[in-house]
Write a protein that binds this ligand. Structure first.
Ligand SMILES: [Zn+2]
Length: 68
């Protein structure tokens, strides 16, 4: 197979708190290697939420011509 390259740009992905709708969820612990659970907490109201195999904030990459 030939090597292929393309330009991408970084996008920051945040998760807005489900409880207050204002704060950003931030990762507060390490991922549980068995379940993939990662605990997060809201910066404003301190609500906690668990995401699986996914943490916020994070940086994804999209192709230069892709919309986000
Ligand atoms: Zn909140």
């Amino acid at each position: 197979m030939a090597e292929i390259k393309r330009l991408v740009r970084p996008v920051e992905v945040n998760y807005l708190c489900d409880a207050c709708g204002k704060g950003m969820m931030t990762k507060v612990g390490d991922m549980d290697p068995g379940t993939g659970a990662i605990e997060h907490r809201c910066m404003i109201c301190n609500a906690s939420q668990t995401f699986y195999w996914n943490s916020y904030p994070r940086i994804d990459h999209v192709g230069e011509d892709e919309s986000i």
